[in-house]
Design a protein around this ligand. Sequence first.
Ligand SMILES: C[S@@+](CC[C@H](N)C(=O)[O-])C[C@H]1O[C@@H](n2cnc3c(N)ncnc32)[C@H](O)[C@@H]1O
Length: 302
Amino acid sequence: MSVSLSSRHRSDVVARLRAAGCVFAEDEARLLISAALTPGDLAAMVDRRAAGLPLEHVIGWAEFCGLRIAVDPGVFVPRRRTEFLVEQAVALVRATAGAPVHPAAGGLVRHSAGAPARPAAGPPPVVVDLCCGSGAVGAAIAAALGRTELHAADIDPAAVACARRNLAAVGGRVYEGDLYEPLPATLRARVDVLAANVPYVPTEEVGLLPPEARTHEPLLALDGGTDGLDVLRRVAAAAPRWLAPGGHLLSETSERQAPRAAEAVAASGLTPRVAASDERNATVIIGTMATLAGPVGRAADG
Ligand SMILES: C[S@@+](CC[C@H](N)C(=O)[O-])C[C@H]1O[C@@H](n2cnc3c(N)ncnc32)[C@H](O)[C@@H]1O
C-alpha cells in the first residue's frame, strides 16, 4: 500500500494536518500516505483526520507493544501508557515460574524490566482480558508469553467484533457481556492474570478529555462513575472467584486514584500493590490472590 506523492503534495498534506491542530503532522502524514491506496483515498483520510477523527480510526490500526492492533471506528484506541500494564502482567507470569519471589509490600514499586521466562513445560498461563476493547492488552500479553490460554470479554458488540479479529491469531476466545458474566464457569479459580483496563475517568472529568476521545470513543469506555472507580470496584469484588491461587488482577488508574483503588482491591481480599512508571505516566493496581501456602503476593521487581 501507499500512494506516491510529489514532495509538494506531501508538504500540502503536512500543512493541512498542522492547520487542523495535529502536533505530529509530519509523522501522521507519513502514516496516512502509507495507508492510502489511491490519491482519492488519501484525500478522504486527510479530511477525516482534519475533522478530528483519531488517527488510529482513520488508518484502522494502532501500534501497541510493537503490534499492529486493528481498531474499528467507535472502539477505544489502546493507549501507549497501557503497555506498562502489559509489562507488569508478563513479568508476574514469568516470576511465578522461577524468579526470586518478594513479598508484596503494598507500597509503590517503580518499574524495572527482566525476569526469567516461564518454562515451556506445564500448562500455559491462563490470561483473561476483561473490558478488552480491541483486545490489545490480551494480544500483547499473549505475544510476549508465547504459550497462553487467552480469554477476553467486553460489553460492547463493536469492541467484541474488533477483539475477535485481533485475537484470532493467538487463539483467544472473546465473549460479549457485562464483566465476568459471559466467561465460562470452567475459568473459575484458574486465572493467572486478570488484566482489566476498565473505564476510570471520573464522570465530571469526561468533558475535559480531548475532543478525539470525547467525540469518537464510546462514553462506556471512558466513564468510570463519580470517582472513576465504579467498574474497578465491581471487577475487584468478584476477582477472587476467578483468580487461581497466586493469580493477579491488574488494572490501570490515575496516580490520584491509586490509594482508593488499592483499598478496593484490599477489600476484596487480594493483596494490593501499586506499580508506577514516571516515564510512561502510568499507574497500575495489582491485586494478588493468596497462594495455597499463605497470603504471599509476588512482585516481579523491587
Ligand atoms: C478504557 S477501555 C479499555 C479497552 C482495552 N482494555 C484497552 O486497554 O485498549 C474500557 C472498555 O471497557 C468496556 N466496558 C465498560 N463497561 C463494561 C462492562 N460493564 N462489562 C464489560 N466491558 C465493559 C468498554 O466497552 C471498553 O471497551
